[in-house]
Design a protein around this ligand. Structure first.
Ligand code: UD1
Ligand code: UDP
Length: 381
């Protein structure tokens, strides 16, 4: 029996790794599946574990307020060293480009345990954008024995870098997660209604959208945007909400204090507005539900750039570069950076010009077919 350990620690890694955990658990005759979470995120990680009903076997619980990247890296390296002393899996699977991913891969390398990199080969080729993620994934890519590339383009990036591990194009497991949730919501009208109630409780009444009202859904958290970049982004959002009083703006705020500070600097202490709703981070199910009801998504997130095109939602990305150019090429995603004018102009064009909106709202899915987890498990069989 092969022992496989999946290590993750943040919200997006959990969303993209939980369906893979489930896929390994289906093969209990062939694999012993060990789930190790670092707890780089706490509340936002636990929300996802709950939805997917995944119980970690090991939890390093490393999150502390105000940690910098070095603190997080050191705590994960120490924690994983001790885990590998107790338990030697045949392969360690890490995901994407977080500190959890790279530190866990490095700890596995020091213990001479082969690493599989899920969502391998995404590149901007600019180590400061996104920061520190571009370097994180390049380092993990050097260590990996197995690279699970989501698209042919990510495979090409790895080939060009002469990656030492084997490369398999599998699709992105985020589409597996998205299909799971979308199908659940489609098949269960009561569950969908429950999401409306949860959203109402969270501070947004979706029945406001019944008369064709438009919704701009916003998220933001990138480290390289902290400070001035965030101030420009939030100022643009505020001005847009005043220019379009008939449109709703909903912003589930990331828990990082660096994200909340500029919001208060621009909006003041009291965030209550007639058409702008600042709410706590949503659980995955209700977030997907709300995304499916939105008109435009304005974000600097990585995962949302992959999900929203699948739902036919135009995405404006508040970054200067993206490691996910497939949706840019398909025309459903556009980069607006943290440039005030670009954000205001692009949101306005999508709200005002129906023909322009239609060109960006095609449902395309360059990131997978929902079967990525099965392919990864098959490779490791
Ligand atoms: C991390 C990842 C980033 C990923 C993002 C997804 C790194 C360097 N960054 O960034 O690649 O895109 O997660 O969201 O790995 N916090 C809480 N509770 C939570 C989560 C966060 O209170 O559940 C607060 C804490 O104060 C924490 C801070 O947010 O110290 C920052 O968390 P951290 O994981 O360091 O960075 P993120 O910005 O979340
Ligand atoms: N998401 C969520 N609740 C929210 C905001 C986002 O469940 O309130 C999901 C979203 O659908 C996507 C993932 O979280 O799958 C993206 O996480 P994030 O933007 O924090 O990280 P990134 O993808 O940029 O690494």
């Amino acid at each position: 029996m092969k022992k496989v350990m999946l290590v993750f620690g943040t919200r997006p890694e959990a969303i993209k790794m939980c369906p893979l955990v489930k896929e390994f658990q289906k093969r209990a005759d062939e694999f012993e599946t060990i789930v190790c979470v670092t707890g780089q995120h706490r509340e936002m990680l636990d929300q996802v574990l709950k939805i997917f009903e995944v119980t970690p076997d090991i939890d390093l619980n490393i999150m502390k307020q105000g940690q910098d990247l070095t603190d997080v890296t050191v705590r994960i390296l120490n924690g994983m060293r001790d885990v590998f002393k107790e338990c030697r899996p045949d392969v360690v699977l890490v995901h994407g480009d977080t500190t959890t991913s790279t530190a866990a891969a490095l700890a596995a390398f020091y213990a001479q345990i082969p690493v599989g990199h899920v969502e391998a080969g995404l590149r901007t080729h600019n180590i400061y954008s996104p920061w520190p993620e571009e370097m994180n994934r390049q380092v993990t890519g050097r260590i990996a024995a197995y690279n699970f590339a989501p698209t042919p383009l990510s495979e090409k990036n790895l080939i060009e870098e002469k990656a030492m591990g084997k490369i398999y194009v599998t699709g992105n497991t985020v589409i597996d997660a998205l299909h799971l949730v979308v199908n659940k919501l489609k098949e269960d009208a009561v569950l969908a209604e429950e999401q409306d109630a949860i959203l109402l409780n969270a501070g947004y009444d979706v029945t406001r959208l019944a008369d064709g009202k438009k919704l701009v859904l916003i998220t933001g958290h990138r480290r390289e945007n902290f400070g001035e970049g965030f101030i420009r982004m939030v100022t643009a959002m505020k001005d847009l909400s005043e220019k379009y009083p008939e449109v709703d703006f909903v912003y589930p705020m990331h828990l990082n204090p660096n994200v909340r500070k500029p919001i208060h600097e621009v909006f003041g202490e009291d965030l209550t507005r007639p058409n702008f709703f600042f709410i706590e981070p949503l659980q995955y199910l209700e977030f997907v539900h709300l995304m499916s009801k939105s008109t435009i998504v304005l974000t600097d997130s990585g995962g949302i750039q992959e999900e929203a095109p699948g739902l036919g939602k135009p995405v404006l990305v508040m970054r200067d570069t993206t490691e996910r150019p497939e949706a840019l090429d398909a025309g459903t995603v556009k980069l607006v950076g943290t440039d005030y004018d670009k954000i205001v102009t692009e949101v306005s064009c999508l709200l005002d010009d129906a023909a322009y909106y239609d060109t960006m709202s095609k449902a395309v899915n360059p990131y997978g077919d929902g079967l990525a987890c099965g392919r990864i498990v098959n490779v490791l069989r």
